[in-house]
Design a protein around this ligand. Structure first.
Ligand code: GLU
Length: 460
């Protein structure tokens, strides 16, 4: 990737060489963690103007400290499958940074999970959580357990075993996990039950994304997808555009995708495609969300089944082809690195106006480069998908106060938070010399709050 920022002044040159030096150490010390390197590089590439303007962050070795997790916990998760066989998975929790609040971030259950993936997610989470304006630090966890095809009983036994160890390390003022890929309402329910049983106390704020009947918050289920669309709305509004009449492609068909499709459709867009890890569907009439919801959330089937009910729709095997569908707005909501530079170029040549990330790190560094160079409106994940964790923080607030707010009340707060994130990112980009570049703006705005807290709190 050609770096986003060029050296403009002597101060920037010094800052760049400091950043490069720390990045080399990161690569050496965390060999073979390519996703983590990628997330660090994306953020580091934005920070030269910050260090040029405020050399005190270099004096306090903020970069050296922020890339080093405060704590990493890796543990064995043994469980018994339906055939009576003992299975063993690996569990992770990376407690990355607690300068501005208790560690906060989801749990991912997916066979691809390893330390590199959890560290990239945890690192991104630090700045994302900071951007929300809520008092939450950054963390992430999960397991290489594959929920696909498992029975309810197997899911329960696995999550109980996972929580058996995780419970030693979390708490409402310590570390507050939630969902991510493979972890939804069912898994959070089993984990909360097990935590409560181990602790012998009702600590509602230990997990977020809970069911509405036992401490969950209205709007949390919708928050990430709705938040992404609210963020796009702000971006479009600035250019005199809106969703009405636009064609939208959303990848994925999990929680983020479903509620992004829902809100975009409510605002007058036609969402023509979505996907799962096997392939994608194209429906020229607009995706029927009720069918997708039932197939994925109730029946837990593959998205290919959609075409059995909607005969004008097509199913195409493989995932990257979804980006060859002409659209005005692309919302990658599936997983990391789902858009490479080839897909990015195809989107651009098909006339895409905005690309906004619902998943975490769905665009490779080269893909981001393509979007920025072609002046596509680009909304980076840590800003655009922060609505989920922001409402998680509101769930924690409600749990502490032992009350629950109305749907409209939380939704309004979410809209305001997404507006603030957008405006703060725009402002930071402008202030540091990169107007219109939300990658730089979000990274700087998120970083400054954490860096200031770290400086103030001393060498920790
Ligand atoms: N997994 C979500 C994220 O990537 C939500 C985390 C949370 O609510 O703690 O931000």
């Amino acid at each position: 990737m050609t770096t986003i920022l060029e050296s403009k002044t002597a101060e920037t040159t010094i800052a760049n060489s400091y950043i490069n030096e720390v990045f080399e150490t990161v690569k050496k010390r965390n060999a073979n963690e390519s996703e983590f390197h990628q997330a660090v590089k994306e953020i580091f590439d934005s920070l030269a103007p910050v260090f040029a303007k405020h050399p005190q962050y270099m004096e306090h070795s903020i970069l050296e400290r922020i890339v080093e997790p405060e704590r990493i916990i890796i543990f064995r998760v043994p469980w018994v499958d339906d055939n009576g066989k003992v299975q063993v998975n690996r569990g992770f929790r990376v407690q990355f940074n607690s300068a501005i609040g208790p560690y906060k971030g989801g749990l991912r259950f997916h066979p691809s999970v390893n330390l590199s993936i959890i560290k990239f997610l945890g690192f991104e989470q630090i700045l994302k959580n900071s951007l929300t304006g809520q008092p939450i630090g950054g963390g992430k966890g999960g397991s290489d357990f594959d929920p696909k095809g498992k029975s309810d009983g197997e899911i329960m036994r696995f999550t109980q075993s996972f929580m058996m160890e995780l419970s030693r390390h979390i708490g409402p003022d310590i570390d507050v996990p939630a969902g991510d890929i493979g972890v939804g309402a069912r898994e959070i329910g089993y984990m909360f039950g097990q935590y409560r049983r181990i602790r012998g106390a009702y600590e509602a704020g230990v997990l977020t994304g809970k069911g509405l009947g036992y401490g969950g918050s209205l709007t949390r289920t919708e928050a990430t997808g709705y938040g992404v669309v609210y963020f796009v709305q702000e971006m479009l509004k600035d250019k005199g555009l809106d969703f009405k009449g636009s064609t939208v492609v959303v990848s994925g068909s999990g929680n983020v995708s479903i509620y992004a499709i829902d809100k975009a459709t409510q605002l007058g867009a036609k969402v023509v495609a979505c996907s799962d890890s096997n392939g994608y569907i194209y429906d020229p009439n607009g995706i029927n969300l009720e069918t997708v919801k039932r197939l994925k959330e109730v029946e837990r089937k593959r998205i290919s089944e959609y075409v059995n009910e909607h005969h004008e729709a097509l199913y195409i095997e493989g995932c990257s082809g979804i980006w060859s569908i002409p659209c005005d707005i692309a919302l990658p909501c599936a997983t990391q690195n789902e858009i490479d530079s080839t897909s990015a170029k195809t989107l651009v040549s098909n006339g895409v106006k905005a690309v906004v990330e619902g998943a975490n790190m769905p665009s490779t560094l080269d893909a981001i480069d393509v979007f920025l160079k072609n002046n596509i409106l680009f909304g980076p994940a840590k800003a655009a998908n922060a609505g989920g964790v922001a409402v998680s923080a509101l769930e924690m607030a409600q749990n502490s106060a032992r009350l629950s707010w109305k749907f409209e009340e939380v939704d309004e707060k979410l809209q305001q938070i997404m507006k603030n994130i957008y405006q703060n990112s725009v402002k930071a980009a402008e202030e540091y010399g990169y107007p219109g570049n939300l990658v730089v703006g979000a990274n700087i705005a998120g970083f400054l709050k954490v860096a200031n807290a770290m400086v103030t709190q001393g060498v920790i």
